[in-house]
Design a protein around this ligand. Sequence first.
Ligand SMILES: [Zn+2]
Length: 210
Amino acid sequence: MKIYDISLPISPELPVWPGDPQVVLEKVSSMDAGAHDNVSRLACGVHVGTHVDAPHHFLNDHRTVESLSLDILVGPACVVQIPEDVAVIDAQVLDHAAILPGTERLLLKTRNSNHWKRGENGFDTGFVGVSADGAEWLVQHDLKLVGIDYLSVAPYHQSIPTHRALLTAGIVIIEGLDLSAVAPGTYSLYCLPLKLVGSDGAPARTILVG
Ligand SMILES: [Zn+2]
């Protein structure tokens, strides 16, 4: 049994969605400066690094992140490899992906994971995302959770339809996974978003065990 940490390291070097706040992690008390302890302060957007989206993010329906069910966030998950030449994950791509019947939690490993492997710091607007009809496919196949290895589940210029379709169906979205070290297969997923009251998303330490 092995534990795979599929979370991104949160630091000021981590790319953030254009326009979102940058990560600030600063000492408010520093032993190097003579204080008796070290205490840091974190400021960032809630969609930083590996994180979940709550329905409130795109539906404005007050279903906020602390209400997401741990029964969905923890459990068996299928990691599938999307071919590296795929730029958009649509229904046809999902038809041909090796998704085991009965899968409820699906993690999409795409060429996006190469960014994290290479340690790239710039935001890439050409990342691979799920199209609107791909999102419909996921709804029709009764998925409960979908994860992807870049900072949005939807293609850069088409955020709204994919998010709305998934969140309306109650599908939990995990974004910003690093799946570079994970082979396709079935694992136990543990995704634990911070219990931020009233938030549209939250960073989530996320691991696979398998
Ligand atoms: Zn998000």
